[in-house]
Write a protein that binds this ligand. Structure first.
Ligand SMILES: Cc1ncc(COP(=O)(O)O)c(C=O)c1O
Length: 344
């Protein structure tokens, strides 16, 4: 049978040719280490341009590291973080966030779309000034969310407003930030600096880099300790140029928008296919590159043989199908054929 792409995760995909080329180009001679090289400097300037801000940018190896660095820059170990109960920082980063920040994480029940709202946050703003209670210091949201849904710029601004009114910082886990901006048809700045976000974990890996993410700091109050934390949590790469070079390729001429739009478009195509099967129920709005659906349990195995995917919630047979920059119409057609076979 033909080899199809997996729908398990966008981090199953390989590396964009443009990124590979940038890595090759960066691989000449010696360069200053720990981010003092020319490529990193150039890329930082590019970040300022695309985020329309005078930002501080720290390159890291992975998304967990980006989140840990972002949160630790904004907190002391007696602080508490408010996040969605579905969030990656709460469910999928082992205890790294707690270990490296010392903070307590309060999971708030997210709405059906996996989003927090100002109201949900306000209800948990309690016991400020009480030494017996971990002091709330930061709200973390994910864009696009763990359910593949989107916060609009207005929704982010509203959350930032509540956070700031109560002396909290707003962090965005932007592991799939490029997919979000592409789907919203907005700039990267519209859903970060211009929406009053304080600190962003910007994902590169899922969009088509080999590895590497960036912490983008918009609020200068968060820069005092961050360089030290960057080193302390083992995320300061001596050969930073190879992470920066990949981001330079992604940001130049908005390559990110092209590749993320494609992945998003593939998720829409997948939705059209799945909507035709009465045995399948699409469970969340398909807004970025993820699709959630309930499918008959007996279908898991035969489908996964050729199209690996994650079972999200076994009790309701809800699965997650994720499209990547290299998902093709043929992959979707192949999946459709497999479904037809099972639905007979
Ligand atoms: C929402 C979200 N945040 C962060 C991450 C980063 O994880 P990693 O540490 O595996 O790069 C992921 C990866 O799956 C994710 O889905």
């Amino acid at each position: 049978m033909k080899e199809f792409k997996s729908f398990a995760s966008d981090n199953y995909a390989g590396v964009l040719p443009q990124v590979m080329e940038a890595l090759q180009k960066a691989n000449t001679g010696h360069a200053r280490s720990y981010g003092a090289d020319e490529i990193t400097q150039r890329t930082r300037a590019l970040f300022d341009q695309v985020f329309e801000a005078n930002a501080n940018v720290y390159f890291v190896f992975n998304g967990t590291g980006a989140n840990v660095l972002s949160i630790s820059a904004a907190t002391q170990s007696y602080n508490a973080i408010l996040c969605a109960d579905t969030s990656h920082i709460y469910n999928d980063e082992s205890s790294a966030p707690e270990t490296f920040t010392g903070c307590r994480f309060f999971p708030l029940t997210a709405n059906e779309e996996g989003k927090l709202t100002p109201q949900i946050i306000k209800e948990r703003l309690i016991r400020s000034g009480d030494v017996h209670y971990a002091q709330t210091r930061l709200v973390s949201i994910t864009q696009s969310t763990e359910y593949g849904t989107l916060y609009t710029p207005e929704e982010i601004k509203a959350i930032a407003h509540v956070a700031h009114q109560h002396g909290l910082f707003l962090h965005v886990d932007g592991s799939r930030f490029f997919n979000a901006a592409a789907a919203l048809g907005c700039s990267l700045a519209d859903i970060s600096s211009k929406a009053d976000v304080d600190i962003l974990s910007l994902g590169g890996t899922k969009a088509g880099m080999m590895f590497g993410e960036a912490v983008v700091v918009f609020n200068k109050d968060l820069v005092e300790h961050i360089a030290y934390k960057h080193k302390q949590i083992m995320q300061l790469a001596s050969k930073t140029r190879f992470i920066a070079a990949q981001f330079e390729a992604m940001l130049q001429d908005e390559l990110w928008r092209k590749v993320a739009s494609h992945a998003n478009h593939m998720a829409q195509q997948l939705q059209q296919v799945l909507a035709r099967y009465k045995e399948v129920k699409i469970t969340r709005p398909v807004q970025a590159n993820a699709l959630f659906a309930e499918i008959p349990r007996a279908w898991y195995e035969p489908l996964q043989e050729h199209f690996p995917f994650y079972v999200w919630k076994d009790s309701t047979h809800e699965v997650r199908l994720m499209c990547a920059f290299d998902t093709t119409a043929e992959d979707i057609a192949g999946f459709d054929a497999a479904l037809q076979h099972l639905a007979k």
